[in-house]
Ligand binder design. Structure first.
Ligand SMILES: [Mn+2]
Length: 375
């Protein structure tokens, strides 16, 4: 049997501050992405779809999204299994609880382990649902072992795996193995991750498309085939058409503003891809005063293939390096003490030294220091 595993779609996200694309346009794109995911499930001839939580960003689901979900659910006809997560808990007034679902939709409605049997596929899907924004208990640790089952046994769950103090269903991977699941379709951690012992495979599928700089790179879904021997074969398909990236550009020693701008343009061209790119580019290096071009203007330049360009200035402005070499004051002493690290071959050490120099020189001059507040 074959199924599609997705999670963390966060449909109807708020999307503030996304520049070219307004919030409503982004939400519309999310709906298109959902259609695409269902199309993939059809094209791949999946027998079921597992949604491991956080399908919606909040308990408020827009009428457009409600309508689309219901029609996609209905059209798919085959089983759709949903394990509500911390963002879209099974609560009064939630989409899950307030709508009459098509018969092929199975929702876990309690924080204790529940089971859905699909005898025609020889499959049992176990899972639980968040019924509040947090679930501090571990639904697997306390559960009796999964019932004797001759067929394939799958877990579909939203969890912060192997973190016993988490308030987001702190399941232990050892319990997933102990229960003997063939596959655990997990959600909550937004980057793809894999656990297992050979017999049991547990996977986070990751987000289907980045929504911000917290979700970097390609997003996708997992297509999982499990044959009678219980061994899952997993294929990740990229679904994202928007890709968030972080990149760095060292402009140390670059002559003037024009040249720095050319280097930025060149760097951005190298980052273009099939997906629409949103990039946060960090400039680093030591530059003389008035060397930096107008970064706000460069951010706003029309560029094909980009959703958003943000340029972060982490350069350090030093008026005159040769003066600092000989400067007998604290400034000179501070510069000289960092010099080895400033020109180290290790980019991490160089970055740290630059940051230290920037903060230190500002402090010596009595200025306040800010890193721009982006993190
Ligand atoms: Mn979550």
């Amino acid at each position: 049997m074959k199924f599609l595993h997705t999670a963390d779609l966060h449909l109807d996200s708020a999307f503030c501050g996304d520049g070219v694309f307004g919030a409503e346009a982004r939400r519309e794109r999310q709906r298109e992405l959902l259609k695409k995911i269902f199309r993939i499930a059809e094209d791949e001839a999946c027998d079921m779809i597992l949604i491991a939580g956080d399908m919606f960003d909040t308990s408020f689901v827009t009428p457009e999204t409600r309508k689309l979900c219901l029609s996609l659910f209905e059209e798919f006809k085959k089983p759709i299994i949903i394990a509500p997560g911390n963002h879209d808990a099974y609560t009064d007034g939630s989409f899950y609880k307030s709508v009459v679902m098509p018969e092929n939709v199975y929702i876990f409605t309690a924080p204790e382990l529940q089971y859905f049997d699909f005898p025609e596929l020889s499959v049992t899907v176990a899972g639980y649902g968040f019924t509040a924004p947090s679930l501090p208990s571990d639904p697997l640790g306390v559960a009796a072992l999964t019932r004797e089952n001759q067929g394939i046994c799958i877990l579909c769950a939203h969890t912060e795996l192997d973190n016993p103090t988490s308030k987001y269903a702190p399941v232990m991977s050892s319990d997933i193995i102990r229960h003997g699941f063939d596959y655990a379709a997990l959600g909550h951690v937004h980057s793809p991750k894999e656990y297992g012992d050979g017999d049991t495979v547990a996977r986070y599928c990751g987000f289907p498309e980045g929504r911000s700089f917290d979700e970097l790179g390609d997003g996708g879904v997992l297509i999982v085939s499990i044959e009678a021997d219980g061994k899952p074969v997993i294929n990740r398909l990229v679904t994202s058409e928007i890709k968030y990236l972080r990149a760095e550009l060292d402009v140390d020693g670059v002559g003037d503003a024009e040249e720095i701008e050319a280097r930025i343009d060149e760097k951005l061209i190298s980052l273009r891809s099939d997906a629409l790119v949103a990039v946060r580019l960090e400039l680093s290096g030591v530059v003389p005063p008035d060397t930096l071009p107008d970064l706000a203007r460069i951010e706003k330049k029309e560029r094909e293939g980009f959703l958003l360009v943000e340029i972060e200035d982490s350069t350090v402005c030093i008026p005159d390096k040769s003066f600092l070499e000989k400067d007998p004051s604290l400034r000179g002493e501070f510069y000289r003490s960092l010099k080895a690290s400033l020109y180290s071959d290790d980019p991490k050490e160089r970055g740290l030294a630059l940051k230290a120099l920037k903060i230190g020189l500002a402090a010596i001059e009595g200025k306040s220091f800010s890193d721009g507040g982006r993190s």
